[in-house]
Design a protein around this ligand. Structure first.
Ligand code: IDP
Ligand code: MG
Length: 141
């Protein structure tokens, strides 16, 4: 067990349905601490860099359009095992398989409209935090 930082996005599907506060509340309620937070309209360049691992997938175009069509809220969360805790709070990638009680299990049905992103490993978390935030935008404690 170790204190970690993870990166999450309330995606356009969450913003459009006014679920930003609800999603952040669930992470806070779980015990994760906000270390950075911002609302932004994502550029195509940033979206492509963020989802670089999926660049050869057939749904890549839809994925980039989906992340850039409305504002998002990006956040850095900190806590014990934050990466796994955030993923468990989010639920399975496909909302049809997401357990009720998880964010996706409570608010989504469509795969492409699954409300929230969370880093999937320490390596992804580190890369994504550096991609989306300047050091000065994050608090230490
Ligand atoms: P994750 O968000 O649970 O980490 P990933 O496999 O990294 O899931 O996929 C990134 C995002 O791409 C998913 O959250 C989902 O919105 C979208 N996505 C994944 N697979 C498909 C697909 O087969 N069709 C359309 N969109 C997909
Ligand atoms: Mg992923």
């Amino acid at each position: 067990m170790a204190v970690e930082r993870t990166f999450i996005i309330v995606k356009p599907s969450g913003f459009e349905r006014n679920l930003t506060g609800e999603v952040l509340r669930r992470f806070e309620q779980r015990g994760l601490r906000l270390r950075g937070l911002k609302v932004l309209k994502v550029s195509t360049k940033l979206a492509k860099e963020h989802y670089d691992e999926h660049k050869d997938r057939p749904f890549f175009g839809e994925l980039i359009e989906g992340l850039t069509r409305s504002p998002v809220t990006a956040a850095v969360l900190e806590g014990e095992s934050a990466i796994a805790v955030a993923r468990a709070t989010i639920g399975a990638t496909d909302p049809i398989a997401s357990a009720p009680g998880t964010i996706r299990g409570d608010f989504a049905i469509e795969l492409a409209e699954n409300i929230v992103h969370g880093s999937d490993s320490p390596k992804s978390a580190k890369r994504e935090i550096a991609l989306w935030f300047d050091k000065a935008e994050l608090t230490k404690a």
